[in-house]
Ligand binder design. Sequence first.
Ligand code: SAT
Ligand code: MN
Length: 586
Amino acid sequence: MSTPLERWVDETAKLTKPDRVVFCDGSEAEYQGMIAEMLRGGDSYALNDKSYANCYLHRSNANDVARTEHLTFICAPTKDDAGPTNNWMDPEAAKRKVGALFDGAMRKRTMYVVPYIMGPVKSPISKVGVEVTDSAYVVASMRIMSRMGKAAMERIGSSSDFVPGLHSLGDLDPTRRYILHFPQEKLIWSVGSGYGGNALLGKKCLALRIASVMAREQGWMAEHMLILGLESPGGKVTYMGAAFPSACGKTNLAMMVSALESQGYKVWTVGDDIAWMQIAPDGYLHAINPEAGFFGVAPGTGMKTNPNVMGALRKNTLFTNVAMTPEREPWWEGIGGEAPTGLINWKGEKWDPSKGPAAHPNSRYTVPARQSPSISPKWEAPEGVPISAFIFGGRRTRLAPLVYESLDWQHGVFVGATMASETTAAATGDVGITRRDPMAMLPFCGYNMADYFGHWLEMGKKIPKPPKIFHVNWFRKGADGKFLWPGYGENVRVLKWILERVEGQGAAQETPIGYVPAMNGLTLDGLKISDEVLNELLRVNPQDWESEIGDTKDFFAKFGNRLPREIREEHEELARRFSRVAGVAR
Ligand code: SAT
Ligand code: MN
């Protein structure tokens, strides 16, 4: 008798017609085999084994360097189930259309069967997936990013309790590239891309799009959040989850070397991208990091911005689309120092500075999480860590103050729902355009976002000790176009205020958008910042907010009657609070 896994693998092999099928066990020998296969393929290179032991550079196809949101679909029964912020395809039509692309797609190739666990091996919050792929790079990456192989196989046994994901490089033609999610079946199909979130199916496809659907069905939360622990002088650690869009500094924040370390404030990393959270017997929402590695943006990463990761990257790391020095070391803009001569750019050509950056702006490192010196002793705790604060944030040149606290859970959900950020190179498309990105889940919510807001509101009623909800903006600029806040390790000053607010302290002033630190509320010793700049950082400008309120109204209108009443009411209430302030001023 065959198992559900064997049956699915057989079915898949019949469709894709590989030369051979290999079940992966996750061993080191197998990993080295994948690397050898990549090196033979001609798109991967061994890096300097003295300074970067067991590290490799992979170059993806130049047309395949970021997630492609316009080619990503939620194949729910109706368009309305996917909602106005997702692309939708009818499930049957999708299977027909994209099934044709899978037909024979693995001819002359090996089909790797990759069983993997998202989350600590023994955690009840973890989930199992199986990715079938014809890419050795994907297998090697999955081994870093998940608990892959034997442990997953054991957990599946003869059950059907796994999320199947079918992946093929296809012919890498963007006109034949599709990333499909079938939320009813809990199935993933991806063809035509070998890059990051398009191809490592455990990450955005399973851990966010499919998991968000499961979370709603089962009463938990799957969020695009880093998880960090802030240790305070007594040694107590308070955990926070923070949602920022891709390439807005989640990894750097999660791995920060605190500027207040000498005062006893230290940051511990639990996760840098995704949080799965369940209500625990202690009344807190407990979070696990479903991933085992970091798939971080390389450019801008250096000793100043993220020394912890710079140390971690020195071994067992896969680099994708970075540049390479003549010493065969990886290089990217922002790594520190001058560009060495003889640099080879991310496409494998001699670098010509007049023709753009040496490393692709969305080039990445894939590194085991345990290699970070900042990794929390609790990062694999099966029961997860209790979350005391949620932090929402994005890139906002204007508008949002450095930090503010929402008035209560419902208002906090509204704050998350009204998040917006300037777009980055993490997805193909224009960069620097402000777009609404609720809870940083716009590209990752597997169902109608109006229902997702509803799920957040429901969770608030069920969590006995809900996290307090905050919003931060490290990216506010002054009239001179310069960032007002130094960011990076100094962000701990903001985390400290958040911690104090969680503990019922921290000086604050009430504004129409929530509580903003009082002028003396933040710990600023050792930092050179003028009162003028601080004022500007914390300012709530009614004119800017007026246009913001108009913008969010248009955005919410997309959801029609499906938008929860509470969100509409919060919106009206915010407008009223601003008009009251204006009334007082007049
Ligand atoms: O390419 S990924 O989707 O994995 C990274 C990101 O955009 O956050
Ligand atoms: Mn992300």
